[in-house]
Every structure is written in structure tokens, then in C-alpha cells.
Design a protein around this ligand. Structure first.
Ligand code: GDP
Ligand code: MG
Length: 444
């Protein structure tokens, strides 16, 4: 097993026991370890640089909460950024087009195209009850066509009858015609590959693409590909307009760095993951799992989650303390809105506080739904830090700028400011009462 990033970071940041913000020097030291972990996971160098720059920006100045170590704090920030960069959960093959929907499979030879074609066909046929036709355009290796036909039989879908002497484009056109006549929903076109990206291969695939106008162009890539992953992904995407990536051999001991490299370079989603040679060895892509694998944190998942909970809780406590002192600013409001959004409505901190019923009712009366929380947070995030700390700065010209930045009317900003003022005033009044909010929270 590889040494987890958290172990390394805790070593580096162990001197940092004081509470406070992460300094530039702390973060720079931590980023050296992050860079090492990513490179060991085979993430391409250029991607590593961009990634650490972004994380650094987020981490410098982040407040280390007392219940987590600075190392955990950094791991959390790195992990979150990695998950965000890897994309959304469980993107699927898009079939939202007139039947027969053509899907073009591309990639280097040996990447797992033919196997993956069969795996996807099986899934579309079994789970989504689609009628799938497979066609091999691999005219260079006769055995390749036979291989696809055998796999098709195995997964219970049809394959285009093999006719010797046709070009890839001719076969593709024949497949589309056959699919139309036969009432197929999906046509999967399995192309030939070379061991390295080469012009003849690209030209042929481009020609097939022009002839069939595939709804999806899936790049099949081996998770064991190291630094080459970026070049491969870039070449295929530039030439063929990839719509999604399937990462194969994730059952091996690859750390999956190629996922990050290819995603970063193409911006295209990783849709599926191959986890074995068998036709059912295909899974959805889960960014959080792959992030763990890249960072080598296997057992740290729960730790990070726990830290996240603690961070939420501590933020709530700090906000409560500020409320008590009458220093509840727009930054705090934004945090509150985020919390409420997470809890699916009004509740969270406010709901837990005695005496908050009145505000709660008022806020509910204002028809606060999740969308509104999002919009209000967008408004706040369009403000400068100074404006958030001191809403009195918000005169008309600033309001106009913020309105433009967040895509709302100035009246919405006024509404938000009014709500903030009401909340802040009430909190201040309550804070001066006997049973302060801080106290109430402290006893939770
Ligand atoms: P193609 O040249 O791109 O069509 O690649 P193939 O589909 O012929 O696959 C090449 C080899 O990789 C075969 O032996 C497959 O069984 C194997 N393979 C494909 N996908 C996976 C996977 O996800 N995991 C493992 N372990 N092997 C795979
Ligand atoms: Mg093949």
C-alpha cells in the first residue's frame, strides 16, 4: 500500500498546533506533498500544477478549526477540490436522440474498446431494454471483427454480418442502414486502434464520424496510462470531439490518476469505468471514490467526512458567537443559507435556537425555498469581502454592480439586505437577553 497523503501531511504540518489561518508557507509545504502524491498516482505533470495552484488559492488563509489538525484541514480542501474536478456522479451514456442512436467508440489499440463496446451494449440491452446493434470497423485485424461478433452473442445483442473488403466508412454506413431497417435503438461502432495516436487512424475515425454523426463519441482509455493520458485525450478530443470517457482496467492497481488528467484536459465527463475482463465488469464513475484512490487515502474517507461535519458544526458555533455579539455579517448569512440549503429548507441553526420561532416564521412567510437560498448566496458571493463585512457600504452603484454580477434585480438585493438587517437586529437583542444563543448552542 502507498502511504496516505494524510500521514505525510500530518508529519509536515504537525508543528502547526496553534489555531489560526493556514499561512502561505504552511500551504506551500503541504502542496509539495500533494504534488508528490498526485505524481505517484500518475496524474500528468501539467494537470498537477494547475490543481495545486487552485488548491493553494483556497487553502491559504483557511481557518484551522480547533477540532481538526491542519493536516486534516488541508486534506479536506484537497479532497473537495479533487472531487469537484473529477466531475459529477454517475453520468450515463446519452441516448436522447432519434433512433437509431449512433455511438462511436474510439481509443488506442488494447485500451479495451471492443470489450467495453460489448459491456455497454449489455447494459443498454438488459437494463434499458434497448435494441442494440454492434458493428466492428476494425478492417485491419480480421480477428477483431470476429471478437466483437462473439462478444455480441455472449451479451445477447446482434452484430452486423461481416463482409470482407469493405472500408470502415462503408461498414459504418451499412450498420446505420441495417439499424434503420431492423428497428434498432442504438448502433455501436467499434473502431480500430493503433498503439500510438496516428494520423491515418484519426482520419479514418473522422470520416466515420462525418458519415454517421454519432450522438456520443466515447474515448476508451486504460487507467494504467501514465503521463501519456493527456496527449491521448487531447489528440482524440481535438480531432473527434469526444463526448465522454470510459476508463478501463480500474480493477488493476492503478491509482487512477489518468482520470484526473483526461478530465482536466478535455473537460469531458468520465462516464463509466471498466473493472475486469468479463462483460459485466462495468461500473458507474464515482468521483469521491476515485479521489480517495488518487490521494491514497482509503481509510481516511471517514476521517475527512468527520472533519467536514466538525467544520460545519464549528462554523455554526462561531456564527452563533458572532450573532450573540451582534456581529452577524453577510458572510455569516451566506453560511447560514448554505446550511439551510443543505438541510432542505429552513431549519439548521435557526430551527435549533430557542426564541427563533419568530424569525423562522417571518422567513418562511417570505417563501424561502432552496432556489432562493441559492440566489441569495449568489448575490453575496458577488460582493467584495469588505462589503460582506460591512453591508452599509452598499450604496446604489455597488448594488448595481452586484446585481449585474449575480444576474438579479437591485430590488432582490434590497430584500436580502433587509432580511439580513432584521435578523442581525433580532439576534443582537436576543444576545443581550439572559439565555444567549451561544449558550444555547454550547449546551447542545
Ligand atoms: P481494444 O483493442 O481497444 O479493442 O481492446 P480489447 O477490448 O480487445 O481489450 C484488450 C484486453 O484488455 C482484453 O484482454 C480485455 O479482456 C482486457 N480488458 C478490457 N477492459 C478491461 C478492464 O476493465 N479490466 C481488465 N482487467 N481487463 C480489461
Ligand atoms: Mg478492438
Amino acid at each position: 500500500m502507498f502511504e496516505g497523503l494524510s500521514d505525510r501531511l500530518s508529519g509536515i504540518l504537525s508543528g502547526l498546533t496553534r489555531r489560526g489561518a493556514l499561512t502561505e508557507a504552511d500551504v506551500t509545504a503541504a502542496m509539495r506533498e500533494v504534488r508528490r502524491a498526485l505524481l505517484e498516482a500518475d496524474v500528468a505533470l501539467e494537470v498537477v500544477r494547475g490543481f495545486t495552484d487552485r488548491v493553494k488559492e483556497k487553502a491559504v488563509g483557511a481557518v484551522v478549526l480547533k477540532s481538526v489538525t491542519p493536516g486534516q484541514m488541508v486534506v479536506k480542501i484537497v479532497n473537495d477540490e479533487l472531487v469537484a474536478m473529477l466531475g459529477t456522479d454517475a453520468e450515463t451514456v446519452d441516448l436522447n436522440a432519434p433512433a437509431p442512436v449512433p455511438i462511436l467508440m474510439v481509443g488506442l489499440q488494447g485500451s479495451g474498446k471492443t470489450t467495453t463496446t460489448a459491456k455497454i451494449a449489455r447494459r443498454l440491452s438488459d437494463r434499458e431494454k434497448r435494441k442494440v446493434l454492434l458493428a466492428s470497423l476494425d478492417t485491419r485485424r480480421p480477428a477483431a471483427m470476429e471478437q466483437l461478433a462473439v462478444l455480441a452473442k455472449q451479451v445477447g445483442v446482434e452484430s452486423l454480418p461481416i463482409i470482407a473488403g469493405q472500408s470502415a466508412v462503408q461498414i459504418a454506413k451499412r450498420a446505420m442502414d441495417a439499424a434503420r431497417l431492423g428497428g434498432f435503438d442504438v448502433v455501436m461502432l467499434d473502431t480500430a486502434g493503433r498503439t500510438t495516436v496516428d494520423e491515418a487512424l484519426m482520419a479514418e475515425a473522422a470520416e466515420v464520424k462525418a458519415a454517421t454523426r454519432p450522438h456520443e463519441v466515447l474515448l476508451v482509455a486504460d487507467a494504467l496510462t501514465g503521463q501519456d493520458a493527456v496527449n491521448t485525450a487531447r489528440a482524440f478530443d481535438e480531432r473527434l470531439g469526444v463526448t465522454g470517457i470510459v476508463l478501463t482496467r480500474m480493477d488493476g492497481d492503478s491509482r487512477g490518476g489518468a482520470a484526473l488528467s483526461m478530465r482536466a484536459v478535455t473537460g469531458k465527463p468520465i462516464k463509466l469505468v471498466g473493472v475486469g475482463e468479463k462483460v459485466d465488469a462495468l461500473e458507474e464513475f464515482h468521483p469521491a471514490r476515485v479521489a480517495n484512490r488518487i490521494l491514497g487515502m482509503g481509510d481516511i474517507v471517514s476521517l475527512v467526512e468527520k472533519a467536514a461535519e466538525t467544520i460545519d458544526h464549528e462554523q455554526a458555533l462561531r456564527t452563533a458567537e458572532k450573532m450573540r455579539k451582534g456581529k452577524f455579517d453577510l458572510e455569516d448569512l451566506s453560511m447560514q443559507l448554505a446550511q439551510m440549503e443543505k438541510m432542505g429548507g429552513i431549519g439548521g441553526l435557526m430551527g435549533m435556537l430557542p426564541g427563533m420561532g419568530q424569525i423562522k416564521k417571518q422567513v418562511e412567510g417570505a417563501n424561502l425555498d432552496e432556489k432562493m437560498f441559492k440566489r441569495q448566496r449568489a448575490i453575496i458571493s458577488s460582493m467584495t469581502p469588505q462589503e460582506r463585512k460591512n453591508p452599509d457600504l452598499l450604496k446604489n452603484s455597488r448594488k448595481k454592480r452586484i446585481a449585474a454580477g449575480s444576474g438579479v434585480d437591485v430590488s432582490e438585493i434590497n430584500k436580502l439586505l433587509k432580511m439580513h438587517r432584521t435578523m442581525a437586529d433580532m439576534m443582537k437583542a436576543m444576545g443581550q437577553g439572559k439565555r444567549g444563543i451561544g449558550q444555547a448552542l454550547g449546551s447542545m
